[in-house]
Design a protein around this ligand. Structure first.
Ligand code: 5AD
Length: 458
């Protein structure tokens, strides 16, 4: 299984691994060792799709001498391209969208059957394809408006952190975004099921969970709001850190901010996608807030949670965005001073409302690139200033993995900052107090100032 794209996709990969494990499949580390290769894809921008098409073509090379190998493309790009994908990449056997993973074992079985005796019938398969006969291929693209994968559990790699999906799909219609069309409407998971999953994770040594949803804070289930779910998750014994992503600014309510401020386990970090700093552009993006509204949310969060780290997503060169409107976005960046910004050039996605805007509205590529570069420079400058000012602090770090250098480990602070320091790889999963000594601008290097034992909070 190879996964591209967002955290939700990573989590979907874990879901598929869980579904297949229940049928006796096993994950292998290299595609060369697999009988089935699934490429789990993203459709958010054209660039993401091109990367995947290149990779899938490369994986097709594995079929030489191993005609029984099943090559599947799953996820958002599979849903978006559907049959077109089979035309562009005729060696793909399975195209499956994000609402169809329950039928994955059955689909693989059908492909095996259709392939004849797998492993020996490659020539006739190829011959069938040469005749344009698609019997050996399968597309499963139904969107199920109620599919929340109740009763199924992810198969996760061991480690101290875990993604916990609480919601799938999206009810917003931001005009640039493909997600509602490839993941369907918002589908929430039962609060009780989420809580027992988190309890199970805590029992297996997970101490940090990240709740996932496309607009995670619009979650609701039979009277349980996102804020109250967050509180319950934060109180599960053994859970020391809770994060969530991605929230929509419109659903950042006083109730949610209060829960964040009051629950010690909820981390002091909020991802708040602004997308633009200009009211006309925000309106045309159908974001449902103004710059003033957004600033109001920032203020509310900062007042309730002193020192909270804020991150954001920004799109430049949305169709029709003027240079002056782009400068409003730079202004927003300087006004808010985000700890981190994920920056994108608008990418036209067929089927979305923005893709149907008059062609004269589309910002020329060179102009879009120039705006992106200017935005990145501003965002990085601010990030470096903020991080520089944090050098000298002592921070609690959850050790997540061994570092690149032998004898080094890497982890994150509660405010989501990456820190590398000297430590033994066997300490992954422990908490340490680390003095921040240097920053590259984006990440930190430090030295442990106290043992895990003293860093442990009650
Ligand atoms: N073009 C560029 N960026 C996009 N995003 C979503 N759709 C597009 C698009 N068509 C960005 C948004 C979103 C992030 C996950 O990806 O900023 O928050």
């Amino acid at each position: 299984m190879e996964t591209y794209g967002c955290q939700m996709n990573v989590s979907d990969g874990e879901l598929m691994a869980g579904i297949l494990a229940a049928e006796g499949y096993e994950l292998v580390g290299r595609p060369e060792d697999a009988d089935v290769v699934l490429v789990n894809t993203c459709a958010i921008r054209e660039h993401a799709e091109q990367r995947v098409l290149g990779r899938v073509a490369q994986l097709n090379g594995l079929k030489t001498g191993r005609p029984g190998l099943v090559l599947g493309v799953t996820g958002c790009m599979a849903q978006r391209m559907g049959e077109t994908l089979l035309r562009d990449a005729p060696y793909v056997d399975l195209v499956m969208g994000p609402d169809s993973y329950r039928s994955l074992p059955e689909s693989l079985e059908r492909l095996g059957a259709q392939a004849g005796d797998r492993g020996t019938d490659g020539d006739s398969r190829r011959a069938r394809r040469a005749r344009g006969d698609r019997r050996g291929q399968l597309t499963v693209l139904d969107l199920h408006p109620a599919e929340n994968y109740a009763g199924l559990e992810q198969r996760r790699a061991d480690g101290p952190t875990a993604w916990v999906p609480i919601q799938r799909g999206c009810d917003h219609r931001c005009t640039f975004c493909i997600v509602p069309y490839v993941r369907g409407p918002e589908k929430n998971r039962a609060a009780g099921e989420i809580l027992s999953e988190v309890e199970g994770l805590a029992g297996r040594g997970v101490s940090e969970v990240t709740l996932l949803g496309q607009t995670v804070n619009s979650y609701h289930w039979e009277g349980v709001s996102f804020a109250s779910l967050l509180r319950s998750v934060a109180r599960v014994p053994g859970i020391r850190r809770v994060r969530f992503t991605s929230p929509h600014p419109s659903d950042v309510t006083p109730e949610l901010v209060e829960a964040m401020a009051e629950e010690p386990a909820v981390c002091e970090h909020l991802h708040l996608p602004a997308q633009s700093g200009n009211d006309r552009t925000l309106r045309r993006m159908l974001r449902r807030y103004t710059v003033d509204d957004f600033m109001g949310k920032v203020e509310m969060v900062r007042e309730a949670i002193p020192g909270v780290a804020l991150s954001t997503d920004i799109i430049v060169a949305f169709p029709g965005e003027s240079d002056a409107e782009f400068r409003d976005t730079l202004e927003l960046m300087r006004a808010v001073r985000f700890d981190e910004a994920y920056t994108y050039k608008y990418s036209r996605r067929d089927g979305t409302p923005a893709a149907r805007l008059p062609s004269t509205d589309f910002v020329p590529a060179a102009e879009a690139q120039a705006r992106l570069e200017e935005l990145i420079e501003v965002a990085r400058g601010i990030q470096a200033e903020i991080n520089q000012s944090e050098v000298g602090r002592s921070e609690e770090v959850l050790i997540e993995r061994p570092g690149r250098r032998e004898g080094q480990v890497v982890g994150k602070t509660r405010r989501n900052k990456v820190v590398a320091f000297d430590g033994c790889a066997s300490r992954v999963g422990e908490y340490a107090l680390v003095g921040l000594e240097r920053t590259t601008g984006a990440t930190f290097a430090g030295t442990e100032t106290s043992s895990a034992a003293t860093a442990v909070r009650a």
